[in-house]
Design a protein around this ligand. Sequence first.
Ligand code: ADP
Length: 446
Amino acid sequence: MKKLSIKLKVTLWFTVLMSIIVIAALCILLVFGSKIVYEQVEVKLEDVVYDSFDEIKYRFGEIDIDDDLDFYNNGVYIAVYTEDEKLLYGRLPSDFDRSIPFSAGEIRTFNENSHTQYVFDVIHNAGKGHNVIVRGVLSASGSEDAFETIMYLAMIMLPIFIIVASTVGYLIARHAFKPVKQIADAAEAINSGNDLTKRIGLRDGNDEIHKLAKNFDLMFDRLETSFENEKRFTSDASHELRTPLTVIIGQCESVLESDNESEIRAALETVLSTSKEMASLVSSLLTLARADRGHLKLLKESFDLSETVEIVCDQAKEIADAKNIKIYTDIENNIFINGDHPMIIRMILNIIENAIKYGKDNGKIEISLYSEHNNALLTVKDDGIGIEKAHIEKVFERFFREDESRNKGSGLGLPLAKYIAEAHGGSISLESESGIGSTFFVRIPT
Ligand code: ADP
């Protein structure tokens, strides 16, 4: 049973159940049907026998039987006997065994030539103490025989019915389980061929199986996207790490070959700054990888965002000085949020550092913080190189850089900032125009 397909199992159960129902129905029919037929026969026999009494009278010193008495009425034969069992008048079936003894008051059955005969004897007082015996005989060739024929036919039909029921059951099960087979085949193809582009693709339908197939397809979509992302992420990450490693190896080799102290120093400085860049890249990668796996836990606490933004701006001013960029701030006091403090600092710093990095020399950056509809709204506006319209959404994708040849960044700063904002229930958006500047908006619930 365990090895049978679900289609065959359903067919088998269906056939067994149908057979049980039909056999039970036949048994009930047999028991109750024969009882009803027998009762009808008895009633008919008794009625005809008792009706005949009106026509049998003792008159003028003898038993007188009226001409109206029909000796064959409604299938019942009537015969009238004297008290000492001598036939006076009447008819009996030709195959009736005339030696059957009399037994008054009860209906008896006898089998004659494979059909049943019902016999009913009654003693009738014809008048003035003169008794006669009236015998009624009914050959059950009518309803009872028809009933037996039906039962006989039913017995022959039963195996045919079971064969038809099981065939039809199998066809129905095959039709009903066709989509399930399609789901199983698709899952197997995906599993064995490692091909995540395959889909079940059931045609339109609204039943449970179609819903299941649709959900499987959605799941495969998500799996495919996530595998693709992971693949891209791994290859991008290794590509990003290879460049600084090549720089470090090159610098170390030149140090080993050089005796010149200032050359060695310059090389070591390059190694140090490249290593710092790598460390920051690895740290961003790690944070995003943890976030992807859902392992990144935010350590939330209530803190003063206004104060935090002030401090980050002060730090940024030192970096901005190198490009002679002025930072103007407009910060509303006492805006408190519940969040992961180091993460929020990292997010703000990423955005402000970008404004400096992609800002014009001698330019300006305007930073403001306001509370707005249960949110803290941080705006960072620069007058730098701006971002092309087509790239505005892309800057939040991992490793995206507008101009890879000139850009030394990792392409992870904004994806990380977006992740942090969203993990706090907030959002990040931007407006930008190429050559004019960019404005970043960060909303965090207060
Ligand atoms: P990166 O380390 O390269 O700065 P980010 O994820 O922070 O990585 O930014 C992705 C890309 O978006 C950058 O390479 C840059 O092309 C563009 N970008 C980000 N901020 C700005 C900005 N303020 N002005 C112009 N372009 C920007």
